[in-house]
Structures are given as C-alpha cells and as structure tokens.
Ligand binder design. Structure first.
Ligand SMILES: [Zn+2]
Ligand SMILES: [Zn+2]
Length: 149
C-alpha cells in the first residue's frame, strides 16, 4: 500500500474563491470553492449514508458553478492529521475532506487526463440526472431525540 500523500500547505483565497493545496510531492491543486461544495462528502450531500463514497464522484467536475453563500467558505478546520472540515457561510459543515479524497478531486489538466484514462467521465444523462437531484434534495427525516437528566 502506498503512503498517503499529505499537503505541505493549504491556502484559501476568499476574494478569488480558490483553495490551493501544495502537496509534499510537489503537485499543486487549485480548487474553486464551488467545486469543493459540489464535492462535499457529507451524507446529506451524497444523498444518504448508503451513497457515501470514498472517492469523489466524477460528476462534480461537470456541474454548473454554485453562486452565493453556498459557495463561500467561512473557515477551514484541521481534522486530526488526515483531513479538513470546511465550514460554509450558509451553515453547512459536516463534510470531512481527507487528503486522499482531496488529491483525487484535483481538477488540474494532468489529473483530468488520468481520470479520463480510467474511464471516470460521466455521460450527459448522468450529469443531467445529478443536476436534477441536487435541485430537489429529499427532505431530511425528522427524528425527535429527548434527553432526561
Ligand atoms: Zn455536505
Ligand atoms: Zn492534479
């Protein structure tokens, strides 16, 4: 098993809406905030726990950019030494992006070519279905939890 590649530095530019990771192997990944939000790995965004995946869904590269608060990062917190939690301006905050996930989400040309070589390119129908699904997310089920002390 190969060792996980870690970031050497992470910078987020709110003005430009870009996060840049320089990896310890010298590779540089520049993500738009919109792409990071599209790729939020939390259960809610994935459409339920059963749909949570370890690798980014290739469809996220083909979705129209998100505007407004949903694509604005409020802050980024380290999670242990394996990833980051992104806290968004609209209050969303449950996505933990680990290093492996972020590396596989690199949108640079070389990484896009690698994904294409692996056949990780969604067809038009898949892209349209995913746009539709994200426009009409299912309402989360309400569960009442009561504490007695
Ligand atoms: Zn999410
Ligand atoms: Zn790359």
């Amino acid at each position: 098993m190969s060792r996980m590649i870690r970031p050497q530095s992470i910078t987020a530019d709110r003005q430009k809406g870009l996060m840049t990771i320089t990896w310890e192997d010298g590779h540089v990944s520049t993500y738009t905030f919109s792409l990071l939000r599209h790729a939020c790995p939390c259960a809610e965004c994935a459409g339920g726990h059963e749909n949570m995946r370890h690798d980014p869904d290739p469809v996220v590269f083909y979705l129209p950019p998100i505007e407004g608060k949903r694509a604005q990062i409020k802050t980024v917190e380290a999670v242990g030494n394996y990833g980051i939690n992104i806290i968004w301006e609209d209050g969303h905050r449950y996505g933990i992006y680990n290093w492996d996930y972020l590396r596989k989400l690199c949108p640079c040309e070389a990484c896009q070519r690698e994904r294409a070589a692996k056949g990780l390119v969604p067809d038009q129908e898949t892209i349209e279905k995913e746009i539709e699904r994200r426009l009409h997310p299912p309402k989360p089920q309400k569960i009442e939890i009561e504490f007695t002390l």
